[in-house]
Write a protein of this length. Structure first.
Lengths: 217, 217
DNA sequence: CCGGATCCCCAGGGATACTG
DNA sequence: CAGTATCCCTGGGGATCCGG
């Protein structure tokens, strides 16, 4: 990208990661770990292959990712965030937290993936009752499933299904994520199609890092 | 900007503020407060006027800035960050902190302004000895001057000159800012042209929010 | 199937001139 | 001062093709 030519750390950040798609590539690598070219392509619906290729080169030059030629049985090149690349996590978290305010807007054609369902609770909520016994919440939205595990004062998430969840939240993405992130309350979420089965009291434990934008009724 | 079309809060953030120059406009409005068109243009060396105009419209539509027609004696339109716009501060701070690692690179042609000298200590350092008496550090780099005021456990900065500073740091931008932000130590800063006059012990009070990138000798 | 490279086209950005 | 208008050019989107 063309440099802004400003001796300012924000501008210099953007010189490196301000290009289109760059931060989303970092998101995928941070969420997925080592990725093949095709894995990245799948995780970035809409990206052109030439762009992905170009960005990967640029990111490697900038020292943010490393490419390694994996031997058989993988027999392909793997892309990984470098130590420096992983320091982008706070940047992605800040952006992600700020962007929550737009998650209420309905845009039916948006792509949606289980990983994006998963990272939000882990990054943007806290267990409000850290001493309470462990609990498991199953999220299901648009055929994508993720599991939220509460316990030991932590909120952990993973893609997939749990065997015996204490609570199942199912519905359109903006209902599930809107509820979990405190943009809407349970009643509001139900009104746009959420089904909550099980211990809905667990929702009180999930405290969003809200910034005052949310909880309309 | 063209939407990424992903239901992910990072992607939705970038849909709004991912365009070129957008975040730097927010930086200026955050640092300067209400601005005229020309003020922004001066604070954003290199921006084309049509782009600035376009971005201001987009930002207004997104609800991040408000334009107000000021009556005489100002008699012009003023741009201000809205309440929502001000919530970008954590995003800018995260980016600015991450970008510090690139401030060591020398790029002599980069533009430089006093405001960019000023915000870095306020955002990225802490008073390591909050109970110590107040102190004033004068920063001077490339003819731009800023004042750092330590006191009451806070680090405050402003553009301009102090009457009787306890310490004066003068030299090329990357020497002054590199030292203040912990990228280099005093010795290293002197080696690239820093002059430190006064109580250099105050530097110990200025604790950078470093992330392990710095302090090469 | 994977990992790209190539080509064409268009939108967005850059520089500058011009106007109320 | 506060933009608008214009022209040019680069970078991104989309499809296709190609070697391993």
């Amino acid at each position: 990208m063309r440099s802004y030519g400003q001796y300012c750390s924000i501008a210099r950040s953007l010189d490196v990661i301000g290009d289109r798609w760059t931060l989303l590539i970092a998101r995928e690598l941070l969420l997925q770990g080592a990725c093949r070219f095709t894995d990245l392509k799948k995780g970035l619906p809409g990206i052109a292959t030439n762009l992905l290729s170009t960005r990967l080169k640029e990111l490697e030059e900038a020292g943010l990712i490393t490419r390694e030629e994996a031997p058989p049985p993988i027999a392909t090149t793997l892309y990984t965030l470098s130590e420096t690349g992983r320091t982008l996590e706070p940047v992605l978290k800040a952006l992600g937290l700020w962007g929550l305010r737009f998650m209420a807007d309905e845009r039916p054609d948006d792509a949606f993936q289980a990983r994006w369902l998963a990272y939000a609770p882990e990054w943007f909520t806290t267990d409000a009752d850290p001493d309470a016994p462990p609990a498991v919440i199953q999220l299901v939205a648009a055929d994508e499933a993720a599991v939220v595990e509460l316990g030991n004062g932590r909120v952990r998430t993973r893609v997939g299904r749990a065997t015996d969840p204490d609570l199942v939240l199912e519905g359109p993405p903006r209902a599930v994520l809107g509820l979990v992130n405190g943009l809407i309350d349970l009643e509001g979420a139900r009104r746009i199609g959420l089904t909550a089965t099980g211990r809905t009291d667990l929702l009180k434990r999930l405290r969003p890092h809200g910034d005052g934008t949310g909880c309309s009724s």
